[in-house]
Design a protein around this ligand. Sequence first.
Ligand SMILES: [Zn+2]
Length: 255
Amino acid sequence: MLGKTHMATGLLASIVTLPMVDTVHLKVWFSQASRGNFVNLEIAALWIGLGVVGSILPDLDEFHSIGTRKVEAVVRTILLLFFLFLTEQHGRFNTLSLIVLIVGVLTLMGGEIARKISMLMLALGCIVLLIMDAKYGTNFLSGMVLLTVWSIITAFVAHRTFTHSLLGLLVLGAGLGMALTPLHLLLLTYAVVIGYIVHLLADAVSGGVPVFWPLRLGKHTRLGIRLVKSGSAMDHTVGLASLILTVVLAAGYFH
Ligand SMILES: [Zn+2]
């Protein structure tokens, strides 16, 4: 299924599940997290946005997916800023700033190399957060360790294996949940997990997903059917129908 279709179905799932969000609790954790006065619309926007993010996460195991390109762009920007900061601080190039520059340039190459570098940089980012925010306690630390593990495994496994399995969903969901609980942001995890599950369901009807990876079920590694061929008219129709339904439901909520 196309990345666009995944995003559209993720969007629809977020809109459908929006009324399930307990706005009272959301308001509590929002004020604790930011001390700002958020209105319902902003809470809804965050829920929906994270649902879409969750719906493209499983395809970070593929170099040409929408999510991978986004992660690469973010990693490249951070490396460039870090390079400028290091050069600025020392007044000249040094070994570390040159390494940062080389890694940044490598991500411009695209393909598997850029994807692997980006996933490993994501893992490094989790480790940095783990060290910097150790004050949030053991739950936060275990959560960041799980997110690091998820990123490293995703860097090296084949497409539609780990990230498209229950194990992958569990590691990511538990990692996010544990890391976000001490920050009073646990509810954000549910939005991401809903998007993630919808991605797996969508892939299950377009060729199947290895639900029990790394275990095999007899001859078959993937469970599912091939109702929708990636890039086909059906694929586009599912995406468009999801968008239309989203607009209809959103109009109902926010009229
Ligand atoms: Zn997928």
